[in-house]
Design a protein around this ligand. Structure first.
Ligand code: KG4
Ligand code: ZN
Length: 341
């Protein structure tokens, strides 16, 4: 295929993002993160859609400008169809559709979860793409999945959370500790100065490769309530140790399942993605497992870990290669399974 210029648009949650790619290579990747949710301790869907509405035109404009291309150079537009918040998705979907219609170019629907996995194939000297087959582990505020990836569009979920996502566990426990949203990065930082073995939280007993984080959340809540009754300053006096102990438990839960998946499938390449892959303890645990010869870890550049349109554009590129383009009936879908699309 000749060189193709692809515009990617992502608006599934609280980041409005647009990227311009030449094949699978980034020319620009602009991300506008919405600050409006911070004071509410989580994403407020109604506010998210309004903010997308405000951001979408300037963000797309900036992405095209930064890429140094002209709008008429764009060969196709890829956008996130789902999963995500419907109101947020609709902003990106309507914008992408209108623009593709006006320019008379192909429109490509992208599954956000496939995109987190295919972000590993963005050509960038800072990252190496895993070879097939590999295990894609998507860990973020909205998702926790282990996926067997046999090819670009041949993927199977082999484990996932039955309740809260891993990042949600971080954010909810952080809220109990009085930390701002999103709490993940702060817990990670505070944990560096704490004792991971000081407090013990039991791991959930979940069959197979699935996860559960809601029990841990409740265990932390009851623990804090109990300790608070004895000492009203308990959280302040023990913040680092609580964070370190919580993080230690979460990392153990995750690594247990990853190693189990490696054993069960015989696939050693493990490629993680999603906002939580920024976590220092997870990275360290993966490195240690790699040093022991248990797996090969692939971690994308941070810019491609969190929600971003670069990963949408790269799926657009592989979709074009396989002639997977949509028509103008395309829309948004809040619940979308990995293999739908
Ligand atoms: O992928 P992402 O930007 O958005 C989606 O949720 O899809 O991920 C955001 C999540 C939040 O829950 C945030 O607390 C978590 O990733 N996070 C972290 C870290 N950095 C971000 N969690 C733990 N440790 C971190 N260093
Ligand atoms: Zn995501």
């Amino acid at each position: 295929m000749d060189k193709k210029i692809i515009l990617g648009i992502e608006s599934s949650c609280d980041d409005t993002s647009a990227a311009v790619f030449e094949n699978n290579k980034k020319l620009s990747n602009v991300i506008a993160s919405q600050k409006v949710h911070q004071e509410f301790g989580g994403v407020v869907p109604e506010l998210a859609s309004r903010a997308h509405q405000q951001n979408i035109v300037p963000v797309v404009h900036q992405a095209i400008h930064q890429a140094g291309v002209h709008v008429n150079d764009i060969d196709a537009i890829a956008y996130t169809k789902g999963p995500g918040l419907l109101g947020s998705l609709l902003v990106g979907a309507s914008f992408a559709k209108s623009m593709a219609y006006a320019l008379n170019i192909p429109l490509i629907e992208v599954n956000h979860m496939q995109a987190h996995i295919l972000a590993h194939f963005i050509e960038d000297e800072a990252q190496t793409a895993p070879s097939f087959p590999f295990l894609g582990v998507t860990i973020s505020g909205g998702h926790t999945q282990i996926v067997q990836v046999d090819n670009y569009f041949s993927m199977k979920v082999i484990g996932e959370t039955l309740d809260d996502a891993i990042g949600e566990a971080y954010d909810k426990c952080g809220k109990m500790l009085g930390l701002d949203y999103p709490a993940g990065p702060q817990i990670d930082r505070l944990a560096l100065h704490g004792n991971p073995l000081k407090f013990k939280f039991s791991k959930p007993k979940v069959e197979g490769l699935n996860f559960s984080f809601s029990g841990l959340k409740t265990a932390v809540l009851y623990f804090l309530q109990r300790e608070h009754q004895k000492n009203s300053n308990f959280i302040n006096e023990n913040l680092n140790d609580i964070c370190a102990s919580f993080q230690h438990t979460v990392v153990n839960i995750l690594m247990d399942k990853i190693l189990k998946a490696v054993k069960q499938t015989g696939i050693k390449n493990v490629a993680i993605g999603g906002g939580v892959s920024a976590n220092s303890a997870i990275r360290k645990a993966l490195k240690e497992a790699e040093d022991k010869g248990q797996l090969h870890a692939f971690i994308p550049k941070f810019e491609y870990c969190t929600d971003n349109a670069g990963m949408i554009a790269v799926v657009g590129y592989y979709s074009l290669l396989e002639n997977k383009v949509s028509n103008f009936h395309a829309s948004a879908q809040a619940r979308l399974h990995l293999n739908e699309l």
